[in-house]
Design a protein around this ligand. Structure first.
Ligand code: GLU
Length: 412
């Protein structure tokens, strides 16, 4: 089986949206070209004094609707093409949710798990200093992604600020709250996944209370989604991490406290299943919240869930997507389902600009209203134009960027 690369997939999705919207060849040219690409070498002195070189990237796919925005990923397999694809997805995600941002993505091809805390800090600081000329609160605002968290954001903020000569909290989002981070940013992506799940169940006529959910991934997205889903009355029946999946736990809180103590998911009462068994459980909702390409041409046909809510970025290959659509599975696409993270990043940036922190209620209310608006727009577009939810979401995002291009015009 051949699976297309994330880059080819993202371009094909854009081509389709351009065609479905009836945009011109000129529009295709402006929309399909990443605006700024920086590849840097990031030297790291390991704790044993050995020097190693890593590849780092920052791609600013679009700045048409505002400063570019997107995460920094530490993962051994990332390369430039994947980073461009993810930066492109961020562009449509920010436009779909009407945030005043373009799209970006960055990262280092490194396995963060192999680094000591000190090594991670040195690598993060050096990467920040290499991309320093192109980032900033008015230019491009990084955030956490796979393999990075609020510690990395604190180091990035500090490195930028030390070079500026004063404190610049708005240069990154997803920071610790004491450094200007937002209440609710940690759980935001998971909260958004849960809101999307609740709404998708409503559309399918399934009562959220008691609805069953399987989650692939128990990290920053999967864990917080599980907590929020349970609070909404749903039953999380299975979760997985890199070492495999479990069923039979009493509730998420108990599983999490076992995980924190023992670093595994084998809480009392649980049974092991394989990752593939998790994907094919007879549940109402399946949430892929780990890496890309989880649902493929091979795994999609056996999926029994009625709804797939994409917590991860690009978790479904085009072949997998086609099979899910054929089988009548409602797929809530990544750029909608996981947009809670960047929505609360936007709140963090606004709070930093105003030096005025919001309370938890304000964050929650505004997240819900922005996400619900996008959700209903996608639902309407999908119904009116008889397209899939993924196509509808891309059409909405791409149309807004195309319109902004037109209104700004071409310089010179
Ligand atoms: N990395 C997250 C995403 O893919 C968040 C990006 C951000 O907050 O800027 O949406």
């Amino acid at each position: 089986m051949t699976t297309e690369s994330a880059f080819e997939t993202a371009r094909a999705q854009l081509r389709k949206a351009v065609d479905q919207l009836g945009l011109s060849e000129n529009d295709w040219q402006t929309l399909s070209t990443p605006r700024r690409i920086l590849e840097v070498a990031v030297p790291l002195r390991r704790d044993n004094d050995k020097v190693e070189m890593y590849k780092g990237f920052r791609v600013q796919y679009s700045t048409t609707r505002g400063p570019s925005k997107g995460g920094v990923r530490f993962h051994p397999q990332i390369d430039l093409e994947e980073t461009i694809a993810l930066a492109m997805l961020m562009t449509w995600k920010c436009a779909l949710t009407n945030l005043p941002f373009g799209g970006a993505k960055g990262g280092i091809a490194v396995d963060a798990q192999t680094l000591s805390e000190r090594e991670n800090e040195r690598l993060t600081r050096r990467y920040t200093s290499e991309i320093l000329p192109i980032i900033g609160p008015e230019r491009d605002i990084p955030a956490p992604d796979i393999g990075t968290d609020e510690r990395n954001m604190a180091w990035m903020m500090d490195t930028y600020s030390v070079n500026a000569g004063f404190s610049v909290p708005g240069v990154v989002t997803g920071k610790p709250i004491v450094l200007g981070g937002s209440i609710g940013r940690n759980s935001a992506t998971g909260d958004g996944v849960a809101i999307s799940t609740r709404e998708a169940l409503r559309i399918r006529g399934i009562d959220p209370v008691g609805a069953t959910v399987a989650i692939q991934g128990f990290g920053k997205v999967g864990y917080w989604a599980a907590v929020a889903l349970e609070a909404m009355g749903m039953k999380v029946v299975a979760v997985s991490d890199v070492n495999g999946a479990v069923i039979g736990f009493k509730n998420v809180a108990e599983l999490w406290s076992h995980f924190l103590e023992h670093k595994n998911l084998d809480a009392p009462g649980t049974d092991r299943i394989t990752n593939s068994e998790l994907l094919h459980l007879d549940v109402d909702v399946l949430i892929p919240a780990a890496l890309s390409d989880a649902i493929t041409g091979q795994t999609a046909s056996k999926i029994k869930a009625k709804i797939v809510v994409e917590g991860a970025n690009a978790p479904t290959t085009p072949e997998g997507d086609a099979i899910l659509n054929q089988n009548g599975v409602l797929v809530v696409p990544d750029i909608l389902a996981n947009s809670g993270g960047v929505i609360v990043s936007y709140f963090e940036w606004v709070q930093d600009k105003q030096n005025y922190p919001w309370n938890a209620e304000e964050v929650k209310t505004n997240l819900n209203s922005i996400l619900m608006k996008a959700f209903h727009e996608v639902e309407q577009m999908a119904t009116n134009r008889k397209v899939t939810w993924r196509e509808a979401a891309h059409m909405l995002g791409v149309a807004r960027v195309a319109q902004a291009h037109k209104l700004r015009g071409l310089y010179p």
